[in-house]
Ligand binder design. Structure first.
Ligand code: AMP
Length: 144
């Protein structure tokens, strides 16, 4: 089987992100493979915009600054170059697909929680990424 050339790992910056990134590192661990990382910030207005007529811009900027710092630290710990770090606003599944297309990734790596009952019916980010991806997707089992 040919090796992957561009791997995109998606992290939510939770404690489980290390597990996901380490699996991606293992796959990208050859000199011909680029490892990219993405974190998607969901705009506050998606959750509250319609119901609460408030200006969220200050808070949104603060969330964005903190997430950028966290992604930078996380990427340094995992030896991911600065120009391979991507932070974007939007819906995770949509933005992960868009970034995979933009960089021509041939593999997306995401974390996946075992889900049961209602949570299973409601779906997950891993499911959303799998459906509609135009490249391979690896779901790394995290948590319980
Ligand atoms: P979830 O289905 O929300 O539990 O998330 C499972 C996995 O989806 C995480 O381990 C990440 O790989 C990815 N993911 C979830 N949210 C985000 C996000 N905001 N940005 C990037 N990746 C995410």
């Amino acid at each position: 089987m040919s090796q992957y050339k561009k791997v995109l790992v998606a992290i939510d910056l939770s404690d489980e992100s290390n597990q996901v990134a380490q699996r991606a590192q293992g796959i990208a661990d050859n000199s011909d493979c680029e490892l990219h990382i993405i974190h998607v910030i969901e705009p506050l207005s998606f959750a509250y915009g319609v119901d609460i007529p408030m200006d969220f811009s200050g808070l949104q900027d603060e969330i964005q600054n903190q997430a950028t710092e966290q992604l930078k630290r996380f990427s340094e710990q995992n030896s991911i170059d600065q120009d391979h770090q991507h932070i974007v606003l939007g819906r995770p599944e949509v933005e992960i697909h868009a970034m995979a297309e933009e960089i021509s990734a041939d593999l997306i790596v995401v974390g996946s929680h075992g889900r049961y009952g209602l949570a299973l019916l409601m779906g997950s980010t891993a499911n959303g990424v799998l459906h509609g991806a135009s490249c391979d997707v690896l779901a790394v089992r995290v948590g319980n």
